[in-house]
Every structure is written in structure tokens, then in C-alpha cells.
Design a protein around this ligand. Structure first.
Ligand code: NAD
Length: 351
């Protein structure tokens, strides 16, 4: 198994080190090679996605990524900013399917801002399209109109094949779960998502066992807070998925708990926590590494088809939580507050 390890910026290096520690503890035949991306890539080669990093990622079976970004790069030209490196690697590797589970560990029910009875037992899989939509659509840019006023433009676009392939991923996952897909769109006002809805209905004909429902994105945002347990698999486009998956993350107590997988058509994947680089807490050994550790578990499951070891990691995380270990973001009275590295050690010990 060849893994490209891209720690990135901010808390990236701290949290990735914990996931690497856990993978090494499994004693598998894994070759891990590190490379810079994001701000670290810019410092290294003047490019948020250095050519050598892209080459390594292309040659690897899977990529383990921390996070990119820091406020100090906000003044750089747009194409040099760390986030560009992330968008480009997703596009270059054709990672069109982003899987973001939102699962509430019973031990953390009290860390959620919602009432325990609303969230306990929560288990949602958000399937977000990742390489299309308004984040990539042309034309885009800021220009000056004839009257001298500036105008900003982005374009929401989805082709039928782009919708079809993400829809199939969602239905396939639903078949392994509770066989419910909720497709989120804004078909009442956006034609791009009107097509999205039509294609989802067409795909559903191939999955008679799966119950398909549709929801407008504004309602979905509300329902996620009102009654989140009604959802099994949610499938949606890039921008709606970006927002809804962060919202769903909060149901679980902390964004520091949520892993993600981004897959291509052959299950090659990039695995990363759902959160960003958290520059406010970088270098302080307080970040929660569990989202990154759980991302490594998803890597074993989806790219390496190693369900047993994926489960071992997930069980070890549960065990560390059951033993009372908590990083600051999920800490509640009576628990044992630990730092990032100590949380990694607790998971390794539980393994
Ligand atoms: P963020 O996710 O980095 O942080 C949001 C809040 O959550 C912060 O208070 C942070 O301290 C906290 N947090 C995040 N991860 C945590 C963890 N593992 N443990 C404990 N607390 C955690 O989002 P932001 O502040 O909006 O963005 C910061 C930078 O990250 C920006 O440069 C942004 O562009 C970038 N970003 C990168 C990614 C990515 O690499 N995938 C995603 C989102 C944001």
C-alpha cells in the first residue's frame, strides 16, 4: 500500500502525525511518503500544489491529507493561495465523490449543542459532489463593467454525466445502509439543480429498493437541526454539500470528530478530516486528531478493502472515548483532558 502523506498547514502536521502513528501500529505493509501542500507547498516551491507533490499523489494508492490554509496567505494572488492546491489536487485526481459521515458517538451526546434526544443515535452519510458546480464553473472572475462598476461572476454548471456518477455512488452506499437517499437541490429556482433532480429520479429506477426523496437546500439546512435522524444518505452538489456537511458536523459535537473520503471512479481516494487548518490553535498540541485517525480508517475500508482493520481503528477510537480521553473541543466536566499527541497515544494503546 503506497500512501502519499500531505500534512499541509496549521494543525495539519500535528493531526496527521497521530494518524500515521495509528497506521504504523497496525503493522501493515504500508509505504508512506510525505510531501508539502497548501501554504507549505507555496513555501517549498512557490506553488500550493508543487509538481513533485502531485506526482507523488498520482503514483500513490491513496492520499492522507491534514488541512491547508492560513490567514497569512490571504493576500497572495488567488492561484497561489493554499486552498487552490486543494481544489487542484481534487480535480487532478478526479476525486468527484466526497463522503462525509456524521455519526454521533454516544459518549459525546452531551458535547452537541442540540438536545441529546435529538442527536443520539445519529448516523448520516453526506455524499457531496466535489469537482463541479459553482466552484469550478466558467465564466468566473471579477471584471469592470462599461459603467465603471465592478461585477463578480461565478457559474453553477452540472452535466448529466457528472450528476449520474455521484448519484450512483450515493445509491450504492444507501444499499449498504438503510436504503434511503435524500437528494438536496434548489430546483425551484436553479435550472442546474432542476436537471440534478431529474437525473436522480432516473438513477433511482435502477435501485428499486432505495427510497428516494428530494429536499430544497434551505429546508435541508433546517431539517438537519430540527430532526436530523430522519436522514440516512444525503446527496448534493458541491456548494450545498460544503455548507450542509459542516452544519451536520456540529450535530456531532465537534468538527474535530469528522473524517472524510474523496474517491475517484476506481476507489483511489484522498482522506482528510472535514475541518480546516485551525490556525488559531496550531502548534499548541490541543487539536483533536480523531477526524484524521478516522479518515485513515476510511482509507483502509474504501481504497484497500480492509474492513477488519478499518473497524479496529474505529473501535479503538470508541474505546479511547469510553476511557474518558477528550481533547479540549469535546471535553466535558469529569473527563480526562488530553492534548493532540496524547489522544493519538490513547488510540494506539486501545488498538
Ligand atoms: P477551521 O475548520 O480550520 O476552524 C474552525 C474552528 O474549528 C476553529 O475554531 C478551530 O480551532 C476549530 N477546529 C477545527 N479543527 C479542529 C480540531 N481538529 N480540533 C479542535 N478544534 C478544531 O475553519 P476556518 O477557521 O474557517 O479556516 C481556517 C483555515 O483553514 C482557512 O485558511 C481555511 O481556508 C482553511 N480551510 C481548509 C480546509 C481544508 O484543508 N480542507 C477546510 C476548511 C477551511
Amino acid at each position: 500500500m503506497k500512501i502519499a502523506v500531505l500534512p499541509g498547514d496549521g494543525i495539519g502536521p500535528e493531526i496527521v502525525a497521530q494518524a500515521v502513528k495509528v497506521l504504523k501500529a497496525l503493522d501493515l505493509n504500508i509505504e508512506m511518503t510525505e510531501a508539502p501542500i497548501g501554504g507549505a507547498g507555496y513555501e517549498f516551491a512557490g506553488d500550493p500544489l508543487p509538481e513533485s507533490t502531485l506526482k507523488l499523489a498520482k503514483e500513490a494508492d491513496a492520499v492522507l491529507l491534514g488541512a491547508v490554509g492560513d490567514w497569512k496567505y490571504d493576500k497572495l494572488e488567488r492561484h497561489l493561495r493554499p486552498e487552490r492546491g486543494l481544489l487542484r489536487i481534487r480535480k487532478e485526481l478526479n476525486l468527484f465523490a466526497n463522503l462525509r459521515p456524521a455519526l454521533l458517538y454516544p459518549e459525546l451526546a452531551s458535547a452537541s449543542t442540540l438536545k441529546p434526544e435529538v442527536v443520539s443515535g445519529l448516523d448520516i452519510m453526506i455524499v457531496r459532489e466535489l469537482t463541479g458546480d459553482i466552484y469550478f464553473g466558467q465564466p468566473r472572475g471579477i471584471s469592470t463593467l462599461e459603467n465603471g462598476e465592478r461585477e463578480g461572476v461565478n457559474t453553477m454548471r452540472y452535466s448529466e454525466s457528472e450528476i449520474r456518477r455521484i448519484g450512483k455512488v450515493a445509491f450504492d452506499i444507501a444499499m449498504k445502509r438503510n436504503k434511503k437517499v435524500c437528494s438536496v437541490d434548489k430546483a425551484n429556482v436553479l435550472e442546474a439543480t432542476e436537471l440534478w433532480r431529474q437525473v436522480m429520479i432516473e438513477i433511482s429506477k435502477d435501485y428499486p429498493e432505495v427510497e428516494l426523496s428530494h429536499m430544497y437546500v434551505d429546508n435541508a439546512a433546517m431539517q438537519l437541526i430540527r430532526a436530523p435522524k430522519q436522514f440516512d444518505v444525503m446527496v448534493t452538489g458541491n456548494i450545498f454539500g460544503d455548507i450542509l456537511s459542516d452544519e451536520a458536523s456540529m450535530l456531532t459535537g465537534s468538527i474535530g470528530m469528522l473524517p472524510s473520503a474523496s474517491l475517484d471512479a476506481n476507489n483511489k481516494g484522498m482522506y482528510e478530516p472535514s475541518h480546516g487548518s485551525a490556525p488559531d490553535i496550531a502548534g499548541k498540541d490541543v487539536a483533536n486528531p480523531l477526524a484524521t485517525i478516522l479518515s485513515a480508517a476510511m482509507m483502509l475500508r474504501y481504497t484497500f478493502n480492509d474492513e477488519a482493520n478499518a473497524q479496529r481503528i474505529e473501535d479503538a477510537v470508541k474505546e479511547a472515548l469510553a476511557q474518558g480521553f477528550r481533547t479540549a473541543d469535546i471535553w466535558t466536566e469529569g473527563c480526562n483532558k488530553v492534548g493532540c499527541a496524547a489522544m493519538g497515544d490513547a488510540v494506539v494503546a486501545a488498538l
